[in-house]
Design a binder for this molecule. Sequence first.
Ligand SMILES: [Zn+2]
Length: 155
Amino acid sequence: MTDGIEDKKLAGLLTAFDLAYQRAVNAVTNDRDLDRAFRRVTALGDHVQALREQLTLMRATTAAQLYASDDDRSYSKLAERVGISKARAAQLVTQAKEADMKQYDSQLLTDQQRDGIACVVCQAEPRTMRPVGRSDQGQVFACSAHPDSEVERAG
Ligand SMILES: [Zn+2]
């Protein structure tokens, strides 16, 4: 499909989106029960916020795909291609990589594992490890010798 047709299709979807939004706002603002109106506008805000967060991540993932598709893997080239700063380009690619990492439950990790000092597989504390995922406390690591299958099972 050409860009023109795709753009028209997207414009139509955005119009439908705006209409749905307007209907939701009308439903809330026409409510005489202000307690219920407050609850509903809060729920509406949370819903839109969640959509916004998904789109932010989707944007980062798309930027990371552009970055990976270029043999040079250059933040400068990515920045120029999509019209953002080099620092922002690097930030988007990092954001996508972090979101793609395995999530570890920090409750199941030792303090050393949570702090990124100990391996999430064997609890050893070697000088060099590789990043294998995140917990809600930050990045976690494993010895380079562990195969991915072992790392997947940990945590
Ligand atoms: Zn280890």
